[in-house]
Write a protein that binds this ligand. Structure first.
Ligand code: MN
Length: 131
Protein backbone atom coordinates (compact mmCIF):
# COMPACT_ATOMS: atom_id res chain seq x y z
CA UNK A 1 0.00 0.00 0.00
CA UNK A 2 1.25 3.46 -0.89
CA UNK A 3 2.35 5.51 2.07
CA UNK A 4 0.83 8.96 2.28
CA UNK A 5 3.37 11.77 2.29
CA UNK A 6 2.49 14.70 4.52
CA UNK A 7 4.23 18.06 4.87
CA UNK A 8 3.56 19.86 8.16
CA UNK A 9 4.24 23.58 8.36
CA UNK A 10 3.92 24.47 12.04
CA UNK A 11 5.95 26.70 14.35
CA UNK A 12 4.58 25.20 17.59
CA UNK A 13 7.11 22.45 18.32
CA UNK A 14 4.86 20.50 20.67
CA UNK A 15 2.10 20.33 18.11
CA UNK A 16 4.59 19.59 15.34
CA UNK A 17 5.95 16.62 17.29
CA UNK A 18 2.48 15.38 18.23
CA UNK A 19 1.20 15.48 14.66
CA UNK A 20 4.41 13.95 13.31
CA UNK A 21 4.27 11.07 15.82
CA UNK A 22 0.60 10.36 15.08
CA UNK A 23 1.08 10.34 11.33
CA UNK A 24 4.29 8.29 11.42
CA UNK A 25 2.60 5.76 13.69
CA UNK A 26 -0.03 5.47 10.96
CA UNK A 27 2.56 4.77 8.29
CA UNK A 28 2.79 8.24 6.77
CA UNK A 29 6.04 9.75 5.55
CA UNK A 30 6.29 13.15 7.23
CA UNK A 31 8.28 16.24 6.31
CA UNK A 32 8.18 19.40 8.38
CA UNK A 33 8.99 23.07 8.37
CA UNK A 34 8.64 25.73 11.04
CA UNK A 35 8.22 28.71 8.70
CA UNK A 36 6.10 29.33 5.61
CA UNK A 37 9.20 30.16 3.59
CA UNK A 38 10.85 26.80 4.36
CA UNK A 39 7.50 25.06 3.92
CA UNK A 40 7.07 26.52 0.43
CA UNK A 41 10.56 25.33 -0.50
CA UNK A 42 9.84 21.81 0.77
CA UNK A 43 6.40 21.67 -0.85
CA UNK A 44 8.00 22.30 -4.26
CA UNK A 45 10.61 19.59 -3.66
CA UNK A 46 8.46 16.93 -2.00
CA UNK A 47 5.10 17.50 -3.76
CA UNK A 48 3.38 15.78 -0.80
CA UNK A 49 -0.08 14.21 -0.83
CA UNK A 50 -1.23 16.73 1.75
CA UNK A 51 0.12 19.92 3.35
CA UNK A 52 -0.92 20.72 6.91
CA UNK A 53 -0.61 24.49 7.11
CA UNK A 54 -0.60 26.30 10.42
CA UNK A 55 -2.31 29.65 9.81
CA UNK A 56 -0.30 31.61 12.37
CA UNK A 57 3.40 31.45 11.54
CA UNK A 58 6.33 33.83 12.15
CA UNK A 59 7.04 35.90 9.04
CA UNK A 60 4.71 34.90 6.23
CA UNK A 61 1.41 33.50 7.52
CA UNK A 62 -0.08 30.20 6.43
CA UNK A 63 -2.88 31.64 4.31
CA UNK A 64 -0.45 33.78 2.32
CA UNK A 65 1.70 30.68 1.79
CA UNK A 66 -1.37 28.74 0.66
CA UNK A 67 -2.19 31.43 -1.91
CA UNK A 68 1.36 31.14 -3.28
CA UNK A 69 1.08 27.33 -3.55
CA UNK A 70 -2.30 27.58 -5.25
CA UNK A 71 -1.08 30.23 -7.72
CA UNK A 72 1.92 28.13 -8.81
CA UNK A 73 1.21 25.59 -11.59
CA UNK A 74 3.82 23.28 -10.04
CA UNK A 75 2.00 23.10 -6.69
CA UNK A 76 -1.59 24.23 -7.26
CA UNK A 77 -2.83 20.61 -7.21
CA UNK A 78 -1.50 19.99 -3.70
CA UNK A 79 -4.12 19.41 -1.02
CA UNK A 80 -3.71 22.06 1.68
CA UNK A 81 -5.42 21.78 5.06
CA UNK A 82 -5.33 24.79 7.37
CA UNK A 83 -4.59 24.34 11.07
CA UNK A 84 -5.67 27.10 13.40
CA UNK A 85 -5.57 27.53 17.16
CA UNK A 86 -7.82 30.55 17.41
CA UNK A 87 -10.98 29.19 15.89
CA UNK A 88 -13.04 32.28 15.32
CA UNK A 89 -16.09 32.88 13.25
CA UNK A 90 -14.88 33.61 9.74
CA UNK A 91 -11.58 31.71 10.06
CA UNK A 92 -12.82 28.75 8.07
CA UNK A 93 -14.18 31.00 5.35
CA UNK A 94 -10.86 32.88 5.22
CA UNK A 95 -8.98 29.58 4.90
CA UNK A 96 -11.21 28.34 2.11
CA UNK A 97 -11.00 31.72 0.34
CA UNK A 98 -7.20 31.45 0.46
CA UNK A 99 -7.49 28.16 -1.40
CA UNK A 100 -7.29 25.67 1.46
CA UNK A 101 -9.00 22.35 0.76
CA UNK A 102 -9.86 21.72 4.39
CA UNK A 103 -9.72 23.22 7.85
CA UNK A 104 -8.82 21.73 11.24
CA UNK A 105 -8.70 23.37 14.63
CA UNK A 106 -6.11 22.93 17.37
CA UNK A 107 -5.88 21.23 19.74
CA UNK A 108 -6.29 18.32 17.33
CA UNK A 109 -8.36 15.31 18.35
CA UNK A 110 -5.68 12.60 18.58
CA UNK A 111 -8.28 9.80 18.29
CA UNK A 112 -9.64 10.93 14.93
CA UNK A 113 -6.80 12.97 13.44
CA UNK A 114 -5.19 10.32 11.23
CA UNK A 115 -8.53 9.05 9.92
CA UNK A 116 -9.46 12.64 9.05
CA UNK A 117 -6.20 13.16 7.17
CA UNK A 118 -6.59 9.85 5.30
CA UNK A 119 -10.13 10.82 4.33
CA UNK A 120 -9.08 14.28 3.12
CA UNK A 121 -6.43 12.71 0.89
CA UNK A 122 -8.95 10.20 -0.46
CA UNK A 123 -11.45 12.95 -1.22
CA UNK A 124 -8.74 15.02 -2.93
CA UNK A 125 -7.84 12.02 -5.09
CA UNK A 126 -11.45 11.27 -5.92
CA UNK A 127 -11.27 7.96 -4.11
CA UNK A 128 -13.90 8.60 -1.49
CA UNK A 129 -15.72 5.35 -0.86
CA UNK A 130 -19.43 5.30 -1.49
CA UNK A 131 -20.12 3.29 1.65
MN1 MN B 1 1.59 28.89 14.82
Amino acid sequence: MKRNRILIIEDNLLNLELVTDLLEANGCLVGSAQTAEEGLRLARVLLPDLVLMDVSLPGMDGLSATKILKADPATHHLTVVALTANAMKGDEEAALNAGCDGYLTKPIDTRTFCATITKLIAVANGHLLAH
